[in-house]
Ligand binder design. Structure first.
Ligand SMILES: C[S@@+](CC[C@H](N)C(=O)[O-])C[C@H]1O[C@@H](n2cnc3c(N)ncnc32)[C@H](O)[C@@H]1O
Length: 228
């Protein structure tokens, strides 16, 4: 299933919003009974959104600086049941980290993380994530090596022993009135796009009359099955 939202620049949510589908799916889980492990938490926005409804949230990231900010935000929000730990989600032993019942991720996903989650969750445990979809920023001519399409996500999850309960694409296409409006909108990404070669492709797209920018996420919910 695909949800497509077409908006003018003034209404674009872009990177600013957590995936509504992921939040709704996690809402349906009995988090109050168990431990959520969030991988790639950054400054903790998903962990902080889940903490009020969960017994315990453990959130990891390789970026120690981002976790300093995450801890500050947790303190400010008065949340005592969320712990931020520096760890590599592709290498860590999730069971040893904290026996999670749910592994969640927002814009941090890879095949190795799926395998780690499969090894670390109990039977019936849930992996729920929003990943970049292959159409993310398609106008810049490059696909992130971490991006998934529906078929690849399905294959990777099933090969790791998950039963897929939901797979959706959330897409927001921002439409611009002019090339100048598009350039201004993308200005926050310029430094990054210049280093990875996207900016030149984006300028070419605009020069050829293109007036869109696509945000696209693959959202998945899967339950561990098979041998314990
Ligand atoms: C696009 S950001 C998303 C941050 C956050 N989940 C959010 O949506 O605001 C990706 C995050 O994943 C982290 N990350 C990347 N690879 C990682 C790994 N192997 N283990 C843990 N964190 C990782 C980065 O440091 C960064 O904070």
């Amino acid at each position: 299933m695909s949800r497509i939202r077409e908006v003018p620049a003034s209404e674009s949510r872009g990177h600013a919003a957590l995936s509504p589908t992921l939040l709704a799916w996690l809402d349906a889980e009995p988090l109050v009974m168990g431990t959520v492990l969030e991988v790639g938490t950054g400054t903790g926005r998903l962990a902080l959104a889940l903490a009020p409804r969960a017994r315990r949230v453990l959130a990891i990231d390789t970026d120690a600086g981002a976790l300093v900010e995450a801890r500050r935000r947790a303190r400010r929000a008065g949340l005592g049941n969320v712990l931020f730990v520096v760890a590599d989600a592709e290498r860590a032993d999730y069971r040893a980290l904290g026996r999670p019942d749910v592994v969640a991720a927002h814009l941090c996903m890879s095949d190795l993380i799926v395998l780690r989650a499969a090894a670390g969750l109990p039977l019936g445990g849930v992996l729920a994530f929003a990943a970049f979809h292959v159409d993310q920023w398609r106008e810049t001519g490059r696909t992130s090596r971490f991006a998934y399409d529906t078929d690849r996500a399905r294959a990777v999850l099933e090969a790791a022993g998950f039963r897929i309960e939901g797979l959706e694409v959330e897409r927001e296409v921002t439409r611009f009135e002019s090339s100048e409006e598009a350039q201004a909108f993308a200005a926050p990404f310029r430094a990054k796009w210049e280093t990875d070669g996207r900016w030149a492709e984006w300028e070419r797209f605009l020069a050829e009359g293109g007036r869109t920018l696509t945000e696209s996420r693959l959202v998945a919910r899967a339950r561990r099955q098979g041998q314990g």
